[in-house]
Design a protein around this ligand. Structure first.
Ligand code: URA
Length: 198
Protein backbone atom coordinates (compact mmCIF):
# COMPACT_ATOMS: atom_id res chain seq x y z
CA UNK A 1 0.00 0.00 0.00
CA UNK A 2 1.14 3.54 -0.68
CA UNK A 3 1.46 5.97 2.21
CA UNK A 4 -1.81 7.62 1.21
CA UNK A 5 -3.61 4.27 1.10
CA UNK A 6 -2.25 3.36 4.53
CA UNK A 7 -3.36 6.69 5.99
CA UNK A 8 -6.83 6.39 4.43
CA UNK A 9 -7.17 2.82 5.71
CA UNK A 10 -6.34 4.03 9.23
CA UNK A 11 -9.06 6.71 9.08
CA UNK A 12 -11.52 4.16 7.66
CA UNK A 13 -10.80 1.83 10.58
CA UNK A 14 -11.69 4.63 13.01
CA UNK A 15 -15.04 5.22 11.25
CA UNK A 16 -15.66 1.46 11.20
CA UNK A 17 -15.42 1.45 15.00
CA UNK A 18 -17.51 4.59 15.57
CA UNK A 19 -19.81 2.96 18.12
CA UNK A 20 -20.95 6.37 19.40
CA UNK A 21 -22.63 7.09 16.06
CA UNK A 22 -26.45 7.05 16.14
CA UNK A 23 -26.16 5.07 12.87
CA UNK A 24 -23.80 2.37 14.18
CA UNK A 25 -26.49 0.12 15.61
CA UNK A 26 -28.57 0.46 12.42
CA UNK A 27 -25.46 -0.57 10.42
CA UNK A 28 -24.71 -3.68 12.45
CA UNK A 29 -28.34 -4.79 12.91
CA UNK A 30 -28.83 -4.80 9.13
CA UNK A 31 -25.42 -6.25 8.30
CA UNK A 32 -24.68 -3.05 6.41
CA UNK A 33 -21.20 -1.75 5.73
CA UNK A 34 -19.75 1.61 6.50
CA UNK A 35 -19.02 3.41 3.20
CA UNK A 36 -15.74 5.24 3.50
CA UNK A 37 -15.09 6.14 -0.13
CA UNK A 38 -13.45 4.66 -3.21
CA UNK A 39 -11.15 5.62 -6.02
CA UNK A 40 -7.71 7.01 -6.57
CA UNK A 41 -5.94 8.34 -3.43
CA UNK A 42 -3.97 10.66 -5.76
CA UNK A 43 -7.11 11.96 -7.48
CA UNK A 44 -7.21 15.58 -8.59
CA UNK A 45 -11.02 15.49 -8.33
CA UNK A 46 -13.00 14.32 -5.31
CA UNK A 47 -16.79 13.96 -5.58
CA UNK A 48 -18.73 14.30 -2.34
CA UNK A 49 -22.30 13.03 -1.94
CA UNK A 50 -24.61 13.08 1.06
CA UNK A 51 -24.75 9.61 2.63
CA UNK A 52 -24.90 6.00 1.44
CA UNK A 53 -28.23 4.52 0.42
CA UNK A 54 -29.26 0.91 0.81
CA UNK A 55 -27.27 -0.48 -2.17
CA UNK A 56 -24.16 1.37 -1.02
CA UNK A 57 -24.51 0.13 2.58
CA UNK A 58 -24.91 -3.44 1.32
CA UNK A 59 -21.73 -3.26 -0.75
CA UNK A 60 -19.67 -0.82 1.30
CA UNK A 61 -19.07 1.30 -1.81
CA UNK A 62 -20.30 4.78 -2.76
CA UNK A 63 -22.80 5.38 -5.57
CA UNK A 64 -23.43 1.80 -6.67
CA UNK A 65 -27.27 1.96 -6.79
CA UNK A 66 -29.55 3.87 -9.15
CA UNK A 67 -27.76 7.20 -8.57
CA UNK A 68 -24.45 5.46 -9.20
CA UNK A 69 -25.61 4.21 -12.58
CA UNK A 70 -26.47 7.73 -13.75
CA UNK A 71 -23.30 9.07 -12.18
CA UNK A 72 -21.31 6.56 -14.28
CA UNK A 73 -23.13 7.81 -17.37
CA UNK A 74 -22.15 11.42 -16.63
CA UNK A 75 -18.56 10.45 -15.87
CA UNK A 76 -18.14 8.46 -19.04
CA UNK A 77 -19.75 11.15 -21.22
CA UNK A 78 -17.28 13.62 -19.70
CA UNK A 79 -14.36 11.24 -20.36
CA UNK A 80 -13.75 10.57 -16.67
CA UNK A 81 -13.39 7.18 -14.97
CA UNK A 82 -13.94 6.15 -11.36
CA UNK A 83 -10.35 4.90 -11.35
CA UNK A 84 -8.95 8.41 -11.77
CA UNK A 85 -11.21 10.24 -9.32
CA UNK A 86 -12.21 9.62 -5.69
CA UNK A 87 -15.83 9.41 -4.53
CA UNK A 88 -17.09 9.72 -0.97
CA UNK A 89 -19.92 11.13 1.16
CA UNK A 90 -20.26 13.58 4.06
CA UNK A 91 -21.81 10.86 6.24
CA UNK A 92 -20.34 7.36 5.99
CA UNK A 93 -23.25 5.25 7.26
CA UNK A 94 -26.73 4.86 5.81
CA UNK A 95 -29.42 6.86 7.64
CA UNK A 96 -32.69 4.89 8.10
CA UNK A 97 -35.24 5.46 5.30
CA UNK A 98 -32.61 7.59 3.52
CA UNK A 99 -33.60 10.56 5.70
CA UNK A 100 -31.30 13.60 5.75
CA UNK A 101 -28.44 13.10 8.20
CA UNK A 102 -28.99 14.89 11.53
CA UNK A 103 -26.79 17.73 12.82
CA UNK A 104 -25.26 15.34 15.36
CA UNK A 105 -24.42 12.79 12.67
CA UNK A 106 -22.83 15.44 10.45
CA UNK A 107 -20.78 16.74 13.38
CA UNK A 108 -19.60 13.21 14.14
CA UNK A 109 -18.65 12.13 10.62
CA UNK A 110 -17.41 15.35 9.02
CA UNK A 111 -13.98 15.49 10.73
CA UNK A 112 -13.23 12.18 8.99
CA UNK A 113 -14.15 13.70 5.61
CA UNK A 114 -11.78 16.60 6.23
CA UNK A 115 -8.96 14.22 7.20
CA UNK A 116 -9.69 12.14 4.11
CA UNK A 117 -9.35 15.26 1.92
CA UNK A 118 -6.16 16.26 3.74
CA UNK A 119 -4.64 12.91 2.71
CA UNK A 120 -5.84 13.01 -0.91
CA UNK A 121 -5.18 16.76 -1.39
CA UNK A 122 -7.44 17.18 -4.43
CA UNK A 123 -7.31 20.30 -6.62
CA UNK A 124 -11.06 20.14 -7.21
CA UNK A 125 -13.91 19.19 -4.89
CA UNK A 126 -17.24 18.68 -6.63
CA UNK A 127 -20.28 18.39 -4.40
CA UNK A 128 -23.26 16.27 -5.45
CA UNK A 129 -26.54 17.85 -4.35
CA UNK A 130 -27.60 20.71 -2.10
CA UNK A 131 -26.75 18.94 1.13
CA UNK A 132 -23.08 18.31 0.27
CA UNK A 133 -22.77 21.81 -1.24
CA UNK A 134 -24.08 23.50 1.93
CA UNK A 135 -21.78 21.36 4.00
CA UNK A 136 -18.61 22.04 1.97
CA UNK A 137 -19.25 25.82 1.70
CA UNK A 138 -19.62 25.82 5.47
CA UNK A 139 -16.64 23.53 6.21
CA UNK A 140 -14.29 25.74 4.18
CA UNK A 141 -15.78 28.98 5.55
CA UNK A 142 -16.75 30.16 2.07
CA UNK A 143 -18.64 33.35 1.28
CA UNK A 144 -20.94 31.36 -1.03
CA UNK A 145 -22.54 29.70 2.00
CA UNK A 146 -26.33 29.91 1.68
CA UNK A 147 -26.26 30.00 -2.14
CA UNK A 148 -29.04 28.31 -4.08
CA UNK A 149 -27.81 25.30 -6.06
CA UNK A 150 -29.98 26.37 -9.01
CA UNK A 151 -27.89 29.58 -9.18
CA UNK A 152 -24.38 28.23 -8.59
CA UNK A 153 -24.28 24.72 -10.07
CA UNK A 154 -21.40 24.18 -12.49
CA UNK A 155 -19.58 27.32 -11.33
CA UNK A 156 -16.12 27.38 -9.79
CA UNK A 157 -15.39 28.80 -6.36
CA UNK A 158 -12.08 29.03 -4.57
CA UNK A 159 -11.61 27.74 -1.06
CA UNK A 160 -8.58 28.24 1.19
CA UNK A 161 -8.20 24.98 3.04
CA UNK A 162 -5.78 23.28 5.42
CA UNK A 163 -4.34 21.52 2.34
CA UNK A 164 -4.09 24.59 0.12
CA UNK A 165 -6.27 26.34 -2.44
CA UNK A 166 -9.08 24.17 -3.78
CA UNK A 167 -11.64 24.75 -6.53
CA UNK A 168 -15.14 23.87 -5.34
CA UNK A 169 -17.74 23.07 -8.01
CA UNK A 170 -21.31 22.41 -6.85
CA UNK A 171 -23.25 19.96 -9.02
CA UNK A 172 -26.81 18.74 -8.80
CA UNK A 173 -27.21 15.29 -7.24
CA UNK A 174 -27.16 12.67 -10.03
CA UNK A 175 -30.44 11.24 -8.66
CA UNK A 176 -32.36 14.34 -9.85
CA UNK A 177 -31.73 13.23 -13.43
CA UNK A 178 -33.78 10.09 -12.76
CA UNK A 179 -36.97 12.14 -12.75
CA UNK A 180 -36.03 15.45 -14.43
CA UNK A 181 -34.85 15.39 -18.03
CA UNK A 182 -33.80 19.05 -18.22
CA UNK A 183 -31.66 18.68 -15.11
CA UNK A 184 -30.11 15.61 -16.69
CA UNK A 185 -28.92 17.82 -19.54
CA UNK A 186 -27.60 20.38 -17.03
CA UNK A 187 -25.73 17.67 -15.13
CA UNK A 188 -24.24 16.40 -18.37
CA UNK A 189 -22.89 19.88 -19.18
CA UNK A 190 -21.66 20.47 -15.63
CA UNK A 191 -19.74 17.18 -15.61
CA UNK A 192 -18.10 18.13 -18.89
CA UNK A 193 -17.07 21.46 -17.34
CA UNK A 194 -15.70 19.57 -14.34
CA UNK A 195 -13.63 17.29 -16.59
CA UNK A 196 -12.07 20.33 -18.25
CA UNK A 197 -10.64 21.31 -14.86
CA UNK A 198 -8.01 18.59 -14.98
N1 URA B 1 -26.48 9.13 -2.74
C1 URA B 1 -25.43 9.72 -2.12
O1 URA B 1 -25.46 10.90 -1.81
N2 URA B 1 -24.36 8.96 -1.86
C2 URA B 1 -24.26 7.68 -2.21
O2 URA B 1 -23.21 7.06 -1.95
C3 URA B 1 -25.36 7.10 -2.88
C4 URA B 1 -26.45 7.84 -3.13
Amino acid sequence: MTTKETRLAAIAAEVEGLTESPLYEFRTRNNYHMVFGAGNPDAEIVLIGEAPGESEARKGLPFVGASGRVLDEFLSEAGLTRAEIYITNVVKDRPPENRDPSKAEIALYSPFLLRQLEVIQPKVVATLGRFAMDFVFDMFGMAEKGSKISKVHGQQFTAQTSFGEVTVIPLYHPAVSLYNQSQKETLREDFRALAREI
